[in-house]
Design a protein around this ligand. Structure first.
Ligand code: PGA
Length: 221
């Protein structure tokens, strides 16, 4: 059976108390999640919630892994405001790199993205590199990519499952192991994506913020 990844991206949302509430609510789905041996559920909260999220995952014994949403292109050191891969590794196993919101709002270049990937790999983190289409370059050593068409992000206007399949098939043929779709994924459309042969999973943003919606994306995937 195909293994499916569900990666929730909270972006720059939630305070500590909101995160605690989210975990308390989603914990009521624990027994249903425990049966899902063919799924890897990854939550990417903002940096300041990684430690709390790790504690809540333990407290409620949820079958969730953690990811960060970004990583410094440098090692630990005098880089004010940055969080290094070694620091992320204390809490998380995965890291999103090159999300289009970072490329657009923080002028991230392919070169910076390659440096971030290198730092993530050196620290033993699994990078999930976001691509906008078939031609987006992906640095060496990456096995997991997420196709995130800009028009579909946060718009409620998802790409078609056929388009996602077409783009992700190209990446599969290039040897990428996990090829994920992101952009307006919700509980109703998730299965149309995950049922495509080349789609290894989904990356919901908006619908990961609500614990019930996120739980239903997981259960319907
Ligand atoms: P969305 O975000 O689900 O709100 O479209 C997806 C993403 O940007 O990762």
């Amino acid at each position: 059976m195909k293994h499916t990844y569900i990666i929730g991206n909270w972006k720059s949302h939630k305070t500590i108390s909101e995160a605690r509430e989210w975990f308390a609510t989603i914990s009521s789905y624990k027994s249903q999640f425990d049966n899902l041996t063919d799924k890897t559920i990854i939550l990417c909260p903002p940096f300041h919630l990684l430690q709390l999220s790790s504690a809540c995952i333990q407290e409620y014994a949820l079958p969730f892994s953690l990811g960060a949403q970004d990583v410094s292109p440098f090692a630990m050191g005098a880089y004010t405001g940055e969080i290094a891969a070694e620091q992320i590794k204390e809490f998380a196993e995965y890291v999103l790199i090159g999300h289009s919101e970072r490329r657009k709002n923080f002028a991230e270049t392919d070169e910076m993205i390659a440096q971030k990937v290198q730092k993530a790999l050196e620290a033993g983190l699994k990078p999930v590199v976001c691509v906008q289409g078939k031609d987006t370059p992906v640095p060496q050593g990456v096995t997991m990519i997420a196709y995130e068409p800009i028009f579909a992000i946060g718009t409620g206007n998802a790409d078609t499952p056929e388009d996602a399949e077409d783009v992700l098939k190209t990446f599969k043929e290039k040897g990428f192991e996990s090829t994920i779709y992101g952009g307006s994924v919700n509980p109703d459309n998730v299965n149309s994506f995950t049922s495509q042969p080349s789609v290894s999973g989904v990356l919901p943003g908006t619908d990961s913020l609500d614990p019930q919606l996120f739980a239903n994306v997981i259960l319907n995937s």
